[in-house]
Design a protein around this ligand. Structure first.
Ligand code: ADP
Length: 663
């Protein structure tokens, strides 16, 4: 103790020790008087500083019956350090006796004479660590167990695998057997949409050829199966196919053809076909070439279609290039448009790429301008179908030369329905229009010239008819009635022609007067009683006042009745109705005749439009009656239309405004 005190003061030592985070205690007598205990040690013990100066056994009475005090006394005696790891000690902490686990050391500090001066007791509470270790240990056991289980199921799986493999082998075996049989192979390939054939050996003996390839070849299975290719298909002589087969068989290099032309058998002759094909060598177990597989896709139709489209495109390009067609592109968002050179030349436009639409509109003949603007507007309205189709006259700004054009175009829209562009073409129709004009002029002249002699002839015939009546000559009378009827028809026809030419010249005038439709129909009925004897006409007429050109409306009705009798079998009924509906008068003429097909219905009212009649059904006519009728009705701000079921009959309608008379 002397030496110890010599080297360090007590106080200093204790200061050092108290700085330790570890639990430390110092005992200075053989019966273990506690000289010092660090905070950590007091904490372990569950005691406070009052234990200092007491013996261990006094301070921690619960240690009685536990080995620690004995062990420590032994250390004092022997000077031999004692330590333990993970040892359990029961301590009364928080008033409860609990088991803790400690790593600890009892070290005797001895003097030079070997006698113990004091015991340094260090301890670490390892209860938590041990608990964690226990958990790990427990886990480890369960893992081991798991591993064992896994191993067991692994073994099981191996067994299953083995079984599977055996099953697989059996399958492969049987499928091999199946594959060997030709019927199996062809059953897969037969229905394939692509042509397949398998050729064996240097002679290319045809072992398999599916339906598709046989069809392309123009051959039956019986004709080709089992035969060398060149014998089965002699029509290929002189074509390259034989050579390709030999080459692939000799070199093993796959040959691929894209869109090649071949002559294939077609009945007794040959046809040109286009195909994509692959020739590939088949090999045996040792890699030796055993034959050739041919895969063939016939693309004749596609190629022809594409070439036709290309040809049309070429023609179109040529027409555009040759200056026969104008092309334009209009962007409604900027109001700018661009055009090809032809179109610019027609409109007398500057060479700029993009220009304002008004520049072009200005070159359009004034009377036609609004109609073009309306047409463009309509096409650019989403939901209109986007079609632009109109005819108008361009007046060249410098030469003032007129040029009639037909414009056709189409508008494009974005997904929200905004118009993006209007693209189209223009063709010059000045010449065809002039042609039509010449035709009209000629007809007008002839009609005009015929009118006077016809009128005289009608008069003479009527005189004769009267005379025959007086003479009581029934044969002459009957014949003359028929002659007068025919002349009347001719007069009507000539009048129509004259009207058309007047119409064209803008000279057809509408002279309106107020009259009752019932009176007009009374006259018409009387006339048709003598002129129409072939059909059974029925009139159902209501009173209705109109303000219209009596003459012209009469002409329209006559036209419709005449058509009804022309285009329906003799002795069938024709019904004529006239009735009020709201503010309109509606007239209809219904027959039980041949009817009008849907595609013709719209166009019937065009000038010179006649339905292409089936052979033998051709009825004489010029295709102007309805055109003229439509023009007359439109000049009355009315409507004309047809409803029809082909083969069953037609109803032609027109409506014009009715008027109400006071009283
Ligand atoms: P057309 O002198 O040829 O009769 P229209 O202008 O009167 O000339 O008629 C034009 C075409 O419309 C006729 O050629 C005919 O094909 C068809 N058509 C007119 N009326 C009828 C009808 N009642 N039934 C069937 N087709 C008709």
């Amino acid at each position: 103790m002397q030496n110890f005190q010599d080297s360090f003061s007590d106080h200093l030592v204790l200061q050092i020790l108290s700085m330790s985070k570890d639990a430390v205690a110092v005992y200075t007598t053989p019966d273990l008087h506690i000289r010092f205990a660090s905070e950590a040690m007091l904490y372990i013990w569950g005691k406070d500083a009052s234990v200092l100066g007491k013996t261990l056994e006094e301070a921690i009475p619960e240690l009685e019956g536990q080995p620690f005090a004995g062990l420590m006394k032994n250390v004092w005696k022997t000077g031999v350090t004692h330590s333990g790891t993970g040892r359990a000690a029961d301590l009364k902490v928080d008033g409860k006796l609990q088991t803790f686990y400690f790593d600890y050391e009892y070290r005797a500090i001895t003097g030079e004479d070997g006698r113990t001066i004091c015991i340094l007791h260090t301890a670490t509470n390892v209860t938590e660590r041990l608990r964690a270790q226990r958990v790990i240990a427990e886990k480890a056991t369960s893992e081991t167990q798991l591993r064992l289980e896994l191993a067991a199921s692994n073994q099981e799986m191996q067994l299953v695998n083995q079984e599977l493999q055996t099953a697989n082998e059996t399958l492969v075996d049987s499928s091999n057997k199946l594959a060997e049989s030709q019927s199996y192979l062809s059953s897969i390939m037969d229905k394939a949409p692509i042509g397949i054939c398998i050729l064996k050996g240097a002679d290319h003996v045809i072992e398999v050829a599916n339906e598709t390839i046989l069809k392309a070849w123009g051959r039956t299975a019986a004709e080709v199966l089992g035969k060398p290719h060149h014998e089965a298909r002699p029509e290929l002589k002189g074509q390259e196919v034989y050579r390709w087969l030999d080459e692939v068989f000799q070199t093993g290099i796959t040959k691929i053809n894209n869109e090649i032309s071949v002559m294939l058998k077609d009945g007794d002759g040959l046809r040109q076909a286009y195909v994509n094909s692959v020739y590939q060598a088949t090999r045996g177990k040792k890699g030796e070439i055993t034959g050739v597989v041919v895969i063939l896709e016939e693309i004749t139709e596609k190629v022809i279609q594409r070439r036709e489209a290309d040809r049309i495109q070429d023609m179109f390009n040529l027409a555009v290039k040759a200056g026969e067609m104008g092309t334009f592109y209009y962007d409604p968002r900027t109001n700018l448009f661009s055009a090809n050179e032809t179109l610019k030349a027609w409109f007398g436009l500057p060479g700029e790429r993009m220009m304002d639409l008004t520049l072009a509109l200005n070159a359009i003949k004034e009377e036609d301008r609004q109609q073009v603007v309306d047409g463009i507007k309509r096409a650019l309205t989403f939901g209109s179908g986007g079609q632009f189709d109109t005819e108008y006259t361009i007046i060249h700004p410098e030469t003032s030369a007129p040029r009639m054009v037909k414009a056709k175009g189409r508008a494009f829209f974005d997904s929200e329905g905004n118009a993006l562009s209007l693209n189209g073409t223009l063709i010059d129709i000045t010449e065809p229009k002039r042609e039509q004009q010449r035709k009209n002029d000629f007809i007008a002249m002839v009609s005009h010239e015929l009118k006077t002699p016809l009128s005289s002839m009608k008069l003479y015939l009527e005189l004769l008819q009267q005379h025959a009546g007086q003479q009581q000559d029934p044969v002459a009378s009957g014949t003359l009635v028929k002659a007068v009827r025919q002349v009347k028809k001719m007069v009507v026809m000539i009048n129509s022609f004259l009207n058309v030419s007047r119409l064209e010249a803008g000279k057809m005038s509408i002279e309106k007067q107020q009259f009752n439709m019932k009176d007009l129909f009374a006259e018409i009925e009387e006339e048709t009683q003598t002129t129409v004897t072939s059909h059974l006409l029925t009139y159902q007429i209501e009173t209705a006042m109109v303000n219209a050109d009596r003459e012209k409306i009469s002409q329209v009705v006559h036209n419709l009745i005449s058509n009804a009798t022309k285009y329906s079998p003799a002795k069938t009924p024709v019904t004529i109705n006239c009735y009020r509906e709201d503010n309109y008068v509606i007239v209809s003429v219904t027959d039980k005749g041949i009817g009008v097909k849907k595609e013709d219905r719209e166009r019937l009212f065009e000038q010179y439009y006649r339905v292409d009649a089936d052979k033998g059904e051709q009825v004489s006519g010029f295709g102007i009656g309805l055109y003229l009728s439509a023009e007359i009705i439109s000049r009355h701000d009315g409507d004309i239309w047809v409803e029809s079921e082909p083969g069953k009959g037609s109803s032609f309608f027109f409506k014009i405004s009715a008027i109400d008379l006071p009283g």
